[in-house]
Design a protein around this ligand. Structure first.
Ligand SMILES: NC(=O)c1ccc[n+]([C@@H]2O[C@H](COP(=O)([O-])OP(=O)(O)OC[C@H]3O[C@@H](n4cnc5c(N)ncnc54)[C@H](OP(=O)(O)O)[C@@H]3O)[C@@H](O)[C@H]2O)c1
Length: 243
């Protein structure tokens, strides 16, 4: 039996890359999926590519009002959310000397504030026993220059996952982090060949992750097979942070 049959899933930042792979996999596993992204054309194309079990809603993952609108729509359509994925994130380089208030605020606004107000907005509609996955990064415990602000956002997310797991445990809502290592997405397409080789060099399995490999981990944590796992981080990194 498909692992997500009869479940309603919302993927914030689900129109491209890892988020789209998670949305697609959720639908393949039987879920009804709502996915979001800022560009209406990308959102519509992503939902259409997945098929009739997916619906796209144009929304900015950094906007509290947009997040509330998405949850209200999920509630109106389905009455509940069983699986929530907070995937949106950005990663742009800056050394300490190059850092600006704007760069810092933009990273924290999407990667941290967006997740906080995403889960807050969802609370009234999240079913007791629901599962939440935050897409973090193995950069949460590494010193990755010049991506220190990105790493700091992911460390904040990892911390939040522990506290949110504790806070929501009385409702049997599980909160976990999927932490990818370097993964082949648009985000990676923008990096130079030299940077790509530098990123692959410390990965024991000798390559980047595929988005479907990250999606498998997320869908595992969202489903009932992970029913006693909360506050945890599942790394999908080819051993990069493990060996
Ligand atoms: N690729 C990797 O190597 C890697 C490794 C570790 C962790 N991750 C994490 O995986 C997640 C997905 O990344 P990806 O690799 O799939 O990258 P991607 O294809 O570039 O997707 C980025 C996602 O974040 C959203 N986003 C980006 N900038 C935003 C902004 N300013 N405001 C609102 N939303 C914004 C995008 O939404 P729109 O559709 O609205 O643009 C999209 O859903 C991120 O949290 C990232 O940190 C990626």
């Amino acid at each position: 039996m498909a692992s997500m049959n009869d479940k309603v899933a919302v993927v914030v930042g689900g129109a491209k890359g890892i988020g789209l792979a998670i949305a697609r996999r959720l639908a393949q596993e039987g879920a009804t999926v709502i996915l979001t992204g800022r560009r209406a054309d990308e959102v519509a194309a992503a939902a259409a590519a997945i098929g009739s079990s997916a619906r796209g809603i144009q929304a900015d993952a950094a906007s509290q009002a947009d997040l509330e609108r998405v949850v209200a729509e999920a509630g109106r359509l389905h009455g509940r959310i069983d699986a929530l994925v907070l995937n949106a994130g950005l990663s742009e380089p800056a050394t300490i000397a190059e850092e600006t208030g704007e760069h810092f605020d933009r990273h924290f606004a999407v990667n941290v504030r967006g997740a906080l107000f995403g889960i807050q907005a969802a609370l009234p509609v999240l079913r007791d026993g629901a599962s939440v996955v935050l897409v973090g990064s193995i950069a949460d415990v590494m010193g990755v220059t010049p991506f220190s602000t990105y790493g700091a956002t992911k460390a904040a997310l990892r911390s939040y996952a522990r506290s949110w797991a504790a806070e929501l445990a009385p409702r049997a809502i599980r909160v976990n982090v999927v932490a990818p290592g370097p993964t082949d997405t648009d985000m990676m397409a923008a990096v130079s060949d030299e940077m790509r080789q530098t990123l692959i060099a410390p990965i024991p399995l000798g390559r980047m992750a595929r988005v479907d490999e990250v999606a498998s981990a997320a869908v595992f944590l969202l489903g009932d097979d992970a029913s006693f796992i909360t506050g945890a981080e599942l790394c999908v990194d080819g051993g990069m942070r493990q060996v």
